[in-house]
Design a protein around this ligand. Structure first.
Ligand code: AMP
Length: 437
């Protein structure tokens, strides 16, 4: 990789502002999955051991009711309230807004993460109750070498997503070195994920070990794969993965398509696919991709059979009747919700002879056990192979982990969106903004 990492700079005694991805799932104030905290530990531990002053920041969830501290409601919110007819209506609306804001402040606070992190590090983690307010000021100025502060949820600042210059400047005043280690948000261009370095408010901007690892594994696989290189794509819609399909076709030897998106390809091939998910606008695109595969001499594999049902299950995991049909015989009133057993075998065999495999997106409606068999078969095939196996985050990462195959994969990405953009061949703003070697 041509970007500098924390290993390439002297961190001793330096204030390091580290953007991590602590956007962990929470239920009733408890963290339900610690993967993202664990992913950030190598960088944090390295900085502590090397005498840096560590200031961590991250977003958490999507708090909507954010108040600008000291200013109360924004102009737009004020206008809406003032437009109300009576004073009591106005007061009630203001109170409701404040109540919602207070609720979001508790719901999306990073405080539980500070406590968990402190346990994992075996040392106190000071929690600042704001991002750039008086608490953060005090916590940062009291920091000694090897100590750690976690700032509150960066999305409590309205300027985070708007790349606000004043917010970036203030955050930059807290640090000598900006470290980005949040791979999960590296495809976003927000104040703490990229803008702070893009604006030039920090001289030294480097990556942490998580980003370094994610990039080296995925970029390596895409640029210099050990062949045969098989890419497996699934998920709901073709439209979401147009660039990914096109770019991967150029890089891999075999592209396997499953999930809902397979039916638009099948229709483009001339099959009747009943009431399966089809995006008619993308039929031309699918034809182009099939032609492109042929021109490039690449294999493009589509399902040969499907597990079908009459109506989409409601709720999604409801028990419904299903049958397996060849893709040339799907009845007009039925929809395919998973690949069938012959397809699963075909795909598993392709994985067997591969040396590099990347996978993104489920093969069917895996939320329902009846339609999860195809996704499980692919996960198992990846677990059983000696090939380098890379799981591009999101649903496929969750499936592999739930099935207990996580240790058998070479790499499970912590960023679904970011890894998809890498597969598209895009540059990620959170990485582009860092210093070159
Ligand atoms: P994505 O977010 O694009 O990766 O899509 C994941 C979603 O695709 C999951 O929620 C699946 O239930 C859904 N999905 C997979 N296969 C199908 C299918 N054959 N028909 C409809 N939805 C599907």
């Amino acid at each position: 990789m041509n970007k500098k990492s924390i290993r390439d700079v002297d961190v001793k005694g330096k204030r390091c502002l580290v953007r991590v991805d602590f956007n962990v799932p929470m239920k009733d104030g408890k963290i339900t999955d610690e993967t993202r905290i664990n992913g950030a530990l190598p960088t944090i531990k390295y900085l502590i051991e090397n005498g840096a002053k560590v200031i961590l920041c991250s977003h958490m969830g999507k708090p909507h009711n954010v108040l600008t501290p000291g200013f109360g409601l924004t102009k737009k919110e004020k206008k809406a309230v003032e437009a109300m007819a009576t004073l009591s209506e106005q007061q009630e609306a203001t109170c409701k807004y404040l109540e919602a804001a207070l609720k979001d402040r508790k719901k999306f606070s990073l405080r539980p993460v500070a406590e968990k992190l402190s346990e994992k590090l075996g040392q106190p983690v000071v929690f600042a109750e704001d991002v750039v307010g008086p608490c953060a000021d005090a916590a940062v100025s009291a920091l000694k070498d090897g100590e750690v502060v976690l700032l509150e949820n960066t999305r409590f600042e309205k300027g985070e997503e708007k790349r606000d210059e004043a917010l970036c400047k203030k955050l930059a005043s807290y640090c000598d070195i900006y470290v980005n280690d949040a791979f999960g948000t590296a495809h976003r261009s927000h104040a703490t994920t990229a803008a702070i370095a893009e604006y030039g408010f920090v001289d030294t901007a480097v990556c942490g070990f998580l980003i370094e690892k994610e990039l080296s594994v995925m970029a390596d696989a895409l640029e210099n794969p050990v062949r045969p290189f098989v890419a497996i794509l699934g998920g709901a819609k073709v439209a979401d993965k147009l660039k990914v399909i096109s770019n991967l076709l150029e890089k891999c030897d075999t592209l396997i398509i499953g999930g809902g998106m397979a039916y638009t390809f099948l229709k483009a091939k001339g099959y009747e696919v009943g009431t399966s998910l089809v995006d008619d606008e993308q039929i031309g695109y699918c034809k182009d991709m099939m032609n492109k595969a042929e021109e490039l001499g690449k294999k493009l594999l589509l399902p040969v059979d499907a597990n079908i049902t009459k109506d989409f299950p409601n709720p999604i995991d409801a028990e419904v009747e299903c049958q397996v049909y060849g893709v040339d015989a799907i009845p007009a009133d039925k929809m395919g919700l998973d690949i069938g057993p012959k397809t699963a075998e075909l795909y598993a065999n392709e994985v067997k002879s591969a040396k590099t495999v990347i996978w993104n997106g489920p093969m069917g409606v895996f939320e329902n056990p009846i339609f999860a068999k195809g996704t499980i078969a692919v996960a198992k095939a990846l677990a059983d192979t000696e090939a380098t196996t890379i799981i591009g985050g999101g649903d496929s990462a969750a499936a592999v982990t739930q099935l207990g195959y996580a240790d058998k994969m070479s790499h499970i990405s912590t960023g679904g969106g970011a890894s998809l953009e890498l597969f598209e061949g895009k540059k990620l703003p959170g990485i582009e903004c860092l210093n070159n070697k």
